[in-house]
Design a protein around this ligand. Structure first.
Ligand code: AMP
Length: 397
């Protein structure tokens, strides 16, 4: 049972081919610079060296054809025929309020994804291009859409309604949507498996800390709150995104600096966060190095990030009325020993006993708490592609 997973960006495309019998990745790859000169495809068949080839990909359809050629290639391919593909799963960033679960793509679904474009203007059009190209190339193969926002559709109104006049929600759907849902869902499930307890009985705070970051309160397997909102800048400090900022400060800056909404949006999305505070880099590795060398603003960036994560762990424990586990995932959460230490030190009052000696892990599943810790502290590498492949298979089975 072979399932292809596609994650289409505006100029790039990531893919993974799964054999779902044993949930194994057979091949994966990346196409870059779609629609721009100097395109490149990197394809890796599991167990073999990667093959890189340079070629122009004027649009997503051409890029997808190149991916299918790689998958069918006599030497580094993994398929004899495209008939082996049971279905294709697509990552779609925004499903608005319409999609609380993954769905089989129909004309109606395409229309609704398009209607959500104003909420994710960079991502949804690219996701749609990927789906439509696949439908043209493989008209008989079912296409499944898996949404980043879907997992958070279980949030109660008190978590997702903002304190602005209610008619703005009714007219424009201005509300908290939340993102990284597939990742929060995956790591919460894995945490329950690692703890050997049913997810339904657990209160978990999942910390997806990467270039973009969000924290979620997962109560009984359902998201009840999360830090990203209508857009993707709120919550904790990110690589280049600001995290929580008083909206009045934003209005003040626009006035003082003469910035229009586009210019201000650039400041909040691209010039802020770890980069904006440290003045060094958006990559936390560079900032950790600078902080170790005594750079004051690098230390401040780390401090703001870790304080923010710690604050939300406490807030979400209070929101859920208890806490059984805290999970760290994504680039920073899986790899930064320092960030996990700075977040977890001082949580004893919550019943979380951090174990520094177990924390020296990168990119693999681990418990980083003492055996008698009432609250488990865990590292779980995320696997959004596997969730997409599982949802895809279950919808066509
Ligand atoms: P992601 O968006 O999940 O791919 O995460 C990417 C980010 O993870 C990078 O920008 C780095 O800031 C961070 N990262 C990756 N490896 C490490 C590491 N060893 N230590 C600290 N940060 C890391």
């Amino acid at each position: 049972m072979k399932v292809l997973v596609l994650n289409c960006g505006s100029s790039s495309l990531k893919y993974q081919l799964f054999d779902m019998t044993g949930e194994e990745v057979m091949a994966k790859g990346l196409v870059e610079r779609i629609g721009i000169e100097g395109g490149r495809i990197k394809h890796t068949k599991t167990g073999m060296d990667s093959v890189v080839s340079d070629s122009d990909f004027p649009n997503h359809k051409v890029a997808i054809k190149a991916v299918l050629d790689c998958l069918l290639h006599g030497e580094h391919g993994s398929l004899q025929s495209l008939e082996e593909l049971r279905a294709v799963g697509h990552r779609v960033v925004h499903g608005g309020e319409k999609f609380a679960k993954s769905v089989v793509v129909t004309a109606d679904v395409l229309r609704t994804i398009d209607e959500c474009t104003p909420f994710a203007p960079l991502h949804n059009p690219a996701n749609l291009l990927g789906i439509k190209s696949m439908m043209e190339i493989l008209p008989k193969v079912p296409q499944i859409a898996v949404f980043d926002t879907a997992f958070h559709q279980t949030m109660p109104e008190r978590s997702f309604i903002y304190g602005v006049p209610y008619h703005y929600y009714e007219t424009y759907r201005v509300r908290r949507f939340g993102f990284h849902g597939t990742s929060h869902l995956y790591v919460a499930h894995r945490a329950a498996e690692m703890l050997g307890k049913p997810l339904e009985n657990l209160k978990i705070v999942t910390c997806h800390l990467g270039n973009g970051s969000s924290i979620a309160a997962v109560d009984g397997g359902r998201s009840v709150d999360t830090t990203l909102g209508f857009g993707t800048v709120s919550g904790v400090l990110m690589g280049t995104r600001c995290g929580d900022v008083d909206p009045v400060a934003v209005l003040h800056l626009m006035q003082e600096e003469g910035l229009d909404s586009k210019a201000m949006s650039h400041v909040l999305h691209k010039d802020s966060g770890v980069l904006g505070i440290s003045g060094i880099s958006s990559d936390l590795r560079d900032v950790e190095d600078a902080a170790a060398g005594g750079n004051r603003r690098a230390k401040l960036a780390l401090d703001i990030l870790c304080y923010g994560v710690k604050k939300y762990i406490g807030a979400y424990a209070a929101a859920m009325g208890g806490l059984d586990a805290v999970v760290f995932t994504a680039g920073v959460g899986e790899n930064s020993v320092l960030v996990r230490e700075m977040v977890c030190e001082g949580l004893e009052f919550l019943g979380a006993l951090f174990d520094k000696s177990k924390n020296a892990v990168r990119g693999k599943e681990a418990f980083i708490c003492k055996p008698d810790s009432r609250v488990a502290l865990l590292v779980v590498p995320t696997n959004e592609e596997l969730v997409i492949a599982r949802d895809t298979l279950s919808l066509v089975s």
